[in-house]
Design a protein around this ligand. Structure first.
Ligand code: HEM
Length: 506
């Protein structure tokens, strides 16, 4: 009797399992429809292990498999888009999709953060931030940024010297300089150097948590990547909230703005002054270009965190490749050096200005080509909020993830001949600048990168200053051109380099 109930128990379990596996498989086939993708799904988990250890070649193979292709990981159905025009369509279809970066991002940043807003509320919020990235604003951040570069270039030289002049991986240093640059641009000197260092170290945990698909509720399990990432994020938010409070005091005392929060808080104060005047019946009150409400310290901190989140990995990736490629291409580096010296009228210590940076055609072309050649962001995951007829023959189901890809358009040989060759000239004598539809480095549509100009100008500024002050050698290994996917793209050998101070005059 006992034996019988034991076997019937087991047959029930097996039956349920078979039903679940069949359901999972049928749902996959039904959603897949005509799309390219595996014929059968690995039961339940799909290619979860592959997603944990993403390989660039696997993404390339997936893009090559079709304009639209699919996979399914656990309950998540994912559609990858490789074709340029459909990619644009996804970026611009805010009625059907909303950014999810990666699903765990809402857990880490907080689901109330402005980047997750859609439609009108997103547009309104973003309008209040656009002013922080105008040309005039960028000029205001340059003095602080120059200080950061000087300090960190010295650190590069010291690190190489302390390592006995032997090559060492510099990717970590490039992440640190970008973290310092972002933190000081966003919150100026309200943040201490120690706090910046801690954020740079902790930020690694945040990036590590950013897997395309995570197991739900993992953030409640101590010492998992997501739990560590969330703790690190809370620390950064607390630090930025203190900076916001300090900036409010400083701006109220009439000091000049030197960083992003200063400018944002100043705009809030101007809006409030205007509203107060109107309320008191003043008729000639001058209306600010954008009327802002007052944001709490926490809201300001959360917004600065979205900036850090959006910038840290992408900027570090671009910096790493830029230094690597410049070391491999002395012809390019020499021209950048000369152009930067000329723009400073021969005085390499002359402070930078916006006009100076914008005037350097060749250095700007180098940065553009770097971003095309090694685009840090290869795709941008979105969540489908309403059944999305993405082509006349296929509708992405609500709840799925749809991932428009930036990389294939930037490496299309019909648009950029010999796309694997790093060739800044294509932006000067070639026609690359006219191919704006393929320029997907910063996405497109309502969520396109708010900082595209900022990024290009700061990279021009950084590489120009480095060219004048530093010499560096890249010690290529067999893995230097292999691509590691760690949220963004990095060289697999983490960029072994030696930095020395440049003494001779160019
Ligand atoms: C090399 C550096 C960078 C690259 C390649 C890059 C690229 C991108 C891409 C592809 C997107 C998604 C666009 C879309 O969904 O259509 C994005 C969004 C965004 N980026 Fe950047 N980014 C970089 C640096 C930065 C920096 C330095 C900041 C801030 C200072 C920043 C702030 C943002 C923000 C706030 C968004 C979301 C905008 C929104 O949802 O409205 N990014 N970026």
């Amino acid at each position: 009797m006992q034996w019988e109930s034991w076997t019937s128990g087991w047959s029930l379990v097996v039956t349920i399992l078979i039903i679940l596996v069949t359901y999972d498989q049928v749902m996959y086939q039904w959603r897949k429809g005509s799309l390219a993708g595996p014929i059968f799904k690995i039961p339940f988990m799909g290619p979860f292990i592959q997603a944990l250890y993403p390989k660039f070649e696997e993404y390339e193979a997936q893009w090559a498999s079709g304009a639209l292709s699919c996979l399914s990981i656990f309950h998540k159905f994912i559609v990858l888009v490789s074709e340029r025009d459909i990619t644009h369509k996804v970026f611009k279809s805010s009625a059907y999709v909303k950014p999810c970066l990666v699903p765990v991002a809402e857990t880490i940043i907080g689901s109330a953060a402005w980047v997750f807003l859609g439609g009108k509320s997103h547009v309104e919020y973003r309008k209040g931030l656009n002013g922080l990235f105008t040309r005039k604003s960028l000029q205001c951040y340059l003095p602080i940024q120059e200080k950061v570069w000087s300090e960190y270039f010295d650190k590069f030289v010291v690190a190489s010297r302390e390592n006995g002049g032997r090559p060492m991986p510099f990717m970590g240093h490039f992440r640190e300089i970008n973290c310092a640059l972002s933190c000081h641009t966003f919150v100026g000197t309200y943040i201490s150097d120690e706090a910046v260092k801690k954020i740079a170290d902790d930020y690694y945990c945040i990036t590590a948590a950013l897997e395309l698909v995570n197991i739900p509720l993992l953030m409640y399990v101590p010492y998992t990547k997501v739990w560590l990432g969330k703790r690190a994020a809370n620390g950064v938010l607390a630090e930025f909230a203190n900076c916001a409070a300090a900036s409010k005091r400083n701006m109220a005392a009439g000091h000049e703005p030197t960083c992003i929060i200063d400018r944002w808080i100043l705009s809030m104060m101007e809006s409030k002054a205007y509203n107060d005047k109107v309320a008191s019946g003043t008729e000639d009150a001058e209306k600010p270009a954008i009327l802002l409400r007052e944001f709490s310290d926490f809201e300001i901190a959360q917004t600065m965190f979205t900036f850090l989140f959006a910038s840290q990995d992408a900027s570090s990736s671009a910096t790493t490749w830029l230094f690597q490629i410049m070391a491999q291409r002395p012809d390019v580096l020499d021209r950048v050096r000369q152009e930067n010296l000329d723009a400073r009228y021969g005085d390499k210590d002359r402070p930078m200005t916006l006009e100076m940076l914008e005037s350097m055609t060749y250095t700007n072309a180098v940065v553009k080509e770097l971003l095309r050649h090694r685009p840090p962001v290869i795709f941008v995951p979105y969540t489908v909020v309403k059944n999305f007829p993405i082509t006349p023959t296929y509708t992405v189901p609500k709840g799925a993830m749809v991932i428009p890809s930036c990389y294939p358009a930037l490496h299309d040989p019909e648009v950029y001949p010999q796309p694997e060759v790093f060739d800044p000239e294509r932006w000067i004598s070639g026609d690359a600048a006219e191919k704006s539809k393929n320029w997907l480095v910063f996405g497109a549509g309502p969520h396109a990168c708010i900082a595209d100009q900022y990024v290009q100008l700061t990279m021009v500024a950084m590489i120009g200053k480095a060219a004048l002050e530093l010499d560096w050698a890249h010690h290529a290994t067999s893995r230097s051109e292999e691509i590691k996917v760690f949220a963004t793209l990095f060289p697999m050998d983490l960029c072994p380099m030696v930095f020395t101070k440049r003494t001779q005059e160019t």
